[in-house]
Design a protein. Structure first.
Length: 469
């Protein structure tokens, strides 16, 4: 090799060595510096901020967001935003905390079956939709759930509690995928498999296959030991909450064992209980929340108040909601339609009465959409937020409806230290609507700005803002 070439070659080797050293020492140092640099800051300005705790309105308002948290809230002149902050001006819009759906089913999208089929199956509405959800491909199911999760978020639902019907690990895996930024969606509190006694769901299955099918969706309780074991199985799956369905087969000692075991791991227990006897089982076992609760008596509401048990109202089918979902899909014979309309009216009167009694009792309350239906013409988010107005129609003041889907829901979930209000230190989950949600609660169905964890998900007011100052 000629001397000149060797010199060039040595020089080249030296450069390579320096580049390697730079890669080894300098780049990690730069990366560390980047990690230490302050998180990105955003200043959100709007005409009004509604505080669900007090009903007070701050107008105008500015909210400084740093990283995924709220740093400051005040009138624009009070906020000291750093230079280079990104400004989002929402004009005259009203800001609220991100909405919380306390009871949903992202892994169900049941298509209403025709009336004849419902009449001829012992399981009514749940066959065949419920069965199909279990026996179809879990991969197909989780991709559908990812879509429904995104649709919830786009409608301003920044947190959901997914209470069962998601296969063995669907909701815990979707939660983790969303948290890792792989797919967009709300923050999920996942219950994993629902604890049930044999006999509630999907009865009349082929006996040779029944256990294999049921185990895909449920953990069967039979006795106190099995109840504890079921909780531990869900804990192994890293769930956030335990969901139990109470019926006449579930005993107080079984449910009390579930509650004790769950509380040992700091998990709350949500109990599906519709009839008076099941509600009493849930109260006696000191559940954390009672889901649905349609037949609660005044004496039971008093006990719930005294024990601090949440009443999670699910007015999904209030005021003929079933017909709204079913009519675009199935032919309903006129006589059946008339009977359904009559029973909807009866149920509406009962629900108006229930909502008034819950408010009077002082029991803690929240609400959940319990949405598990394919709702023609609506995204899952639109279908879910469309249930909130039912509480208003049942006589609940608008501010209490807003509390039910923000601050109250946050407390029910055990997340009051992180979500549910807009104040310094909380996670930066914000939504904005164009009008005044107190005078028109359906504004919650038309959320036009969504921020979750400090990231803008949606901004229909974008023409007004986004400038850097
Ligand atoms: Zn449900």
């Amino acid at each position: 090799m000629p001397a000149m070439t060797r010199q060039v070659s040595n020089w080249f080797l030296f450069l390579c060595l320096m580049a390697t050293l730079a890669a080894l020492f300098l780049l990690p140092a730069l990366a560390a510096q980047a990690a230490q640099s302050p998180p990105s800051a955003t200043l959100v300005k709007a005409g009004r901020l509604l505080d669900p705790r007090t009903g007070n309105v701050l107008a105008p308002v500015a909210i400084l967001v740093e990283g995924n948290k709220i740093k400051q809230v005040g009138s624009p002149s009070q906020i000291s935003a750093p230079g280079g902050v990104k400004v989002i001006d929402l004009g005259s819009a009203t800001l609220l905390p991100g909405l919380i759906d306390g009871h949903t089913h992202l892994f169900l999208d049941i298509i209403v079956s025709n009336e004849t089929e419902q009449d001829r199956h012992a399981n009514g509405l749940f066959a065949p939709g419920m069965l199909l959800a279990i026996v179809e491909s879990p991969s197909k199911r989780v991709l559908m759930a990812a879509q429904l999760a995104r649709e919830d978020l786009e409608s301003g639902i920044t947190t959901v509690r997914n209470l069962g019907h998601s296969g063995i690990d669907g909701d815990t895996e979707l939660r983790d995928a969303i948290n890792a930024g792989r797919v967009p969606g709300p923050r999920i509190l996942a219950s994993g498999r629902k604890l049930i006694t044999r006999g509630i769901y999907v009865q009349n299955l082929n006996p040779a296959l029944a256990d294999a099918i049921l185990q895909q969706e449920f953990l069967l309780i039979a006795g106190v030991d099995r109840a504890r074991e079921a909780v531990r199985q869900n804990e192994f799956q890293n769930v956030d909450v335990i969901k139990v369905s109470a019926d006449e087969n579930l005993t107080v000692p079984e449910l009390a064992a579930v509650v004790e075991e769950a509380h040992r791991q700091h998990l709350k227990v949500a109990v599906h209980a519709v009839d008076t006897a099941s509600i009493q089982t849930a109260i006696d076992a000191s559940a954390d929340s009672i889901e649905h609760g349609n037949e609660a008596t005044d004496a039971q509401l008093k006990q719930m108040h005294e024990k601090g048990i949440f009443f999670d109202l699910t007015p999904t089918f209030y005021g003929g909601g079933y017909l709204k979902i079913a009519e675009p899909i199935i032919v309903i014979p006129p006589a059946t339609r008339a009977e359904r309309a009559r029973s909807a009216e009866r149920r509406k009167q009962n629900y108006d009465d229930l909502v008034q009694r819950v408010l009077k009792s002082g029991a803690k309350f929240s609400t959940g959409s319990d949405m598990c239906w394919f709702y023609p013409g609506k995204t899952r988010g639109q279908a879910s937020t469309a249930t909130f107005v039912h509480l208003r129609e049942a006589g609940m003041p608008a501010l209490d409806v807003i509390r039910a889907v923000t601050i109250n829901a946050a407390e029910m979930l055990g997340w009051a230290d992180r979500i549910g209000v807009v104040e310094a230190g909380k996670l930066a989950d914000l939504v904005a609507v164009a009008g005044d949600p107190i005078s028109e609660i359906t504004e919650l169905e038309r959320v036009r700005f969504v921020m979750k964890d400090g990231k803008v998900i949606r901004n229909d007011f974008a023409s007004n803002g986004g400038a850097t100052r």
